[in-house]
Ligand binder design. Structure first.
Ligand SMILES: Cc1cc2nc3c(=O)[nH]c(=O)nc-3n(C[C@H](O)[C@H](O)[C@H](O)COP(=O)(O)O)c2cc1C
Length: 177
């Protein structure tokens, strides 16, 4: 069974996370493909799908939302996990944990209606000072926010290993008609 790891990334950090997830899964089980959502014509050849997107303005990138809409019926027939990449680890310390929880809940309530998910991971990516205007950058820093590569590879590994373990379980028998 081949697993698809699909991603939508604006500046590359989500792509690198997707590639890392795919490599780690591949080391534990054969058959993993990593592709941009734009490169995927059909998911019907895959046994399971992991799909992730950068977050812009509290939403997935349009190509990732198009992927969910276009492949919704096929995705619903197989196990699907999603991951979202934002910058909650860059928030002022006081808001970091709560901000992540709220963002994860908001995304789950608004983005994934068409596809039942086995799980949804929220990770921080790369947030550079150059992504904000000079006044906002100064304000963000004054409030205690931080920029940089905020990726927590250990958390990403844990999440990936959970999926690999789920996929290794024997499929439960279908109830008899
Ligand atoms: C225009 C823009 C809007 C963003 N909006 C959000 C947001 O609403 N929530 C969040 O957590 N991160 C937000 N971010 C941070 C990005 O999600 C983060 O930098 C991520 O690592 C980008 O992934 P990419 O490198 O794959 O594009 C935003 C970044 C940009 C450039």
């Amino acid at each position: 069974m081949t697993v698809l790891v699909a991603y939508a990334s604006a500046l590359g950090s989500t792509r690198e996370i997707a590639q890392h997830i795919a490599s780690r899964m591949e080391a534990a089980r054969a058959g993993v493909e990593c592709r941009s959502v734009d490169e995927v014509d059909s998911v019907s050849g895959y046994g399971a799908v992991v799909v992730g997107s950068a977050i812009h303005n509290q939403a997935w990138l349009p190509p990732a939302l198009e992927f969910l809409a276009q492949h919704g019926p096929e995705l619903a027939k197989r196990p699907v996990w999603a991951f979202s990449v934002g910058m909650s680890e860059g928030l002022p310390k006081l808001f970091r944990g709560r901000g992540a929880v709220l963002q994860q809940q908001r995304l789950e309530q608004t983005q994934f209606q068409a596809v039942p998910l086995r799980g949804h991971g929220l990770f921080s990516g790369v947030y550079e000072a150059s992504q904000l205007s000079a006044p906002l950058r100064a304000l963000f820093r004054l409030a205690g926010g931080r920029f940089g590569d905020l990726r927590d590879w250990a958390a990403i590994d844990d999440w990936t290993d959970g999926i690999t373990a789920e996929l290794a379980k024997p499929a439960s028998p279908r109830p008899e008609a």
